[in-house]
Design a protein around this ligand. Structure first.
Ligand code: KG4
Ligand code: ZN
Length: 367
């Protein structure tokens, strides 16, 4: 069994995984704390991680226990203890990229635990972990393992183009094989989630505005207002969303009355959402076709967006591409994806990370 920790931004999370199954995945979100400031405040995030990390880890270990006990009864040597903590074979944590002090809380705790238990430690790249969350699916749980609802399925793994899209990052990655990937492109300015959040803020919606804007957009007309689709025709795989955010600002400066009419607000939300989603879908599918892969995956908070899920599904179907979207519970930051990746590394003989490895706040994604 492997214990994984994630604390790179504003979610404190711990997960226990075993043989590709997520036995427990506990996430403590700080969204409410940061909402008051309209964005993540690093100092507050650090304090919250410090306060929550050990309770979250304990609760993951406790939640994993009933499932671990079933594994015990099945295990050949029958020597496994009822205590999940005693059964830990390795410990992993996100060590970058992310907020330096926030990363340090999870990484140092994991390194100390691994040192004390004399188990290997795996320092995981946050974006690399996102690449594996679409391969974790909601299993049809058997009664005796009902806690293990999430299970990875690498038997169907194919080379893929992976879209990682959240508040902090927007990138396209060519995943050539398991544990082998190349960054194709990323945003040159704002991330797509940031654009959703900033556009929502201009409309007076509460933080984080992405989900609110998405909900309102469901009732609006995406063709009501025409917003730019930045870089949609460019053949490279980079993105740019700050210009789109600026056009929403100018739109509202010139037509402030739109905000007084709920129908127009819904149309505005739908039109902004359509612009962002069109760019993401067009560039993702184009990259997949260019590289000749048959599979597209997507993860990160913005992958919860209804229009993105729907349009990606339609575009992939039209182009005979298999689509794997991260389960909604695993789109936002979580330790399950960190654990699933770390366990693959452990099983494939990847060398563990040193106990005194430093965190890497700006760690680039390389293969
Ligand atoms: O992955 P995540 O939890 O954190 C990082 O930024 O790393 O993603 C959070 C982002 C926020 O910008 C949030 O507004 C956006 O994901 N988001 C959405 C939706 N749900 C979350 N954006 C658009 N539509 C949604 N339904
Ligand atoms: Zn993330």
């Amino acid at each position: 069994m492997l214990l994984a920790l994630e604390s790179s931004c504003d979610e404190t999370s711990a997960a226990v995984v075993h043989d590709g199954r997520v036995l427990a995945n506990v996430v403590s979100s700080q969204i409410k704390l940061h909402a008051e400031y309209g964005g993540v405040v690093p100092e507050l995030a650090t304090r919250e991680h410090l306060r929550n990390l050990l309770p979250v880890a304990q609760s993951a270990l406790r939640a994993a226990q009933p499932v671990a006990a079933v594994c015990d009864r099945r295990s050949e040597d029958g020597r496994r203890s009822q205590s999940a903590a005693k059964d830990i074979d390795a410990i992993a944590a996100t060590i970058g990229p992310g907020l330096p002090q926030a990363l340090m809380i999870g990484a140092r705790a994991a390194q100390a635990m691994a040192f004390a238990l004399r188990k290997p430690f795996f320092g995981i790249h946050h974006h690399e972990a996102h690449l594996y969350s679409p391969w974790v699916t909601t299993a049809n749980p058997k009664p005796e393992t009902r806690n293990a609802k999430l299970q990875s399925d690498f038997s169907t793994f194919q080379p893929n183009v992976s879209l990682i899209v959240s508040g902090g990052h927007t990138m396209l990655v060519f995943v050539e094989a398991e544990l082998k990937h190349h960054l194709l492109g990323s945003t040159v300015d704002d991330a797509a989630g940031e654009c959703f959040d900033k556009a929502a803020k201009l409309m007076g919606l509460p933080y984080p505005g992405g989900p609110e804007l998405d909900a309102l957009a469901e009732q609006g007309d995406p063709r009501a207002f025409d917003f730019p689709r930045p870089m949609i025709r460019d053949l490279h795989d980079d993105f740019s969303f700050s210009g789109l955010k600026t056009s929403v600002r100018y739109f509202l400066r010139d037509q402030p009355f739109v905000l007084d009419d709920p129908d127009l607000v819904r149309d505005l939300c739908a039109s902004v959402r359509a612009a962002i989603v069109d760019v993401l879908v067009t560039k993702t599918v184009r990259a997949a076709k260019r590289l000749g892969v048959r599979c597209v995956t997507a993860s990160g908070g913005v992958t919860c967006n209804r229009a993105l899920r729907k349009q990606l599904a339609e575009a992939c179907a039209q182009n005979s591409l298999t689509l794997r979207l991260a389960d909604k519970s695993l789109c936002t930051d979580n330790a399950a994806m960190v654990g699933i990746l770390a366990e693959r590394k452990l099983q494939r003989g990847t060398a563990p990370t040193s106990f005194d490895e430093e965190v890497k706040p700006s760690w680039p994604l390389v293969g």
